[in-house]
Design a protein around this ligand. Sequence first.
Ligand code: SF4
Length: 330
Amino acid sequence: MGQALLEINELAVSFSTQGGEVQAVRGVTFAVEKGETVAIVGESGCGKSVTAQSIMRLIPEPPGRIKNGTIHMNGKDLASLSEKQMRGVRGKQIGMIFQDPMTSLNPTLKVGDQLTEGILVHQKISKNEAKQEAINLLNLVGIANPEERLNQYPHQFSGGMRQRLMIAMALMCKPELLIADEPTTALDVTIQAQIIDLFKEIQRKTGVAIIIITHDLGVVAQIADRINVMYAGEIVETGTVKEIFYDPQHPYTRGLLDSVPRLDGDRTQKLIPIVGSPPDLFSPPEGCAFAARCDYAMDVCLSHDPEHTKLTDHHYTKCWLQDKRAQKPF
Ligand code: SF4
């Protein structure tokens, strides 16, 4: 395989607080190929959003700091770029979609002005051509009567339509990568499904790669090619959708799957929540970060950080159960 579109290597991000340093992301490594969808899944506070914001260099520095690692996009290390250089990457090479569309939309400006202005900043074209591009974008994201809609303000759009608008804004400069941070969390189930279908359609039409950050395994199953499961600032399991859903090997991944309704709609399934809470990231444990919540924890788990074990070409897990000396519980 050639060079990936995005390659993150050993990324570590910390935040300085009065109480000490919070190690929010602790050695995260993954890649995104051109045109594929990679999901990052985990509970809130697991570091998934900080990872996404670090790619865009959007973490406030200070108190945040990329302590270690590289973030290569098309071979260029974003972690070492100046703020000025990053402005050429944000929007242009990487578009970002947030949970709350109003973070990207200006409530006081007509939608058409926001879109055409954005297009004109990045492309040397006439105002009329920019307006036509804006119409094309609204068509692409499935907003009907685009010419009329360009004259409206964001508050005149419903929640789902605002989300479509935000996706249009993120696609304005034809980025190669879209990062969507909990893009469907605030929406009801029907609209969620429409937005997921829209992502798939946009990807088919434009070839854009997508990183989707979510706590919702249902969303992931519908859209992702590969999944990274994050826990306490680390990726504890990574694999294809099939591997993660049908052959999960990390107890945390199994716990996540047992705590949500199954995709096949099995009504006899009992939902089992994961008991306990994640460790304090001011001083992460010496051994496995999941040990205090894990039914399979062994002595070694408390004292030694597990290594990554390769199970298949795409499937890796970070758990002592994969050690050849361990008994296989499942
Ligand atoms: Fe559980 Fe040990 Fe595996 Fe951690 S390393 S998930 S504690 S079995």
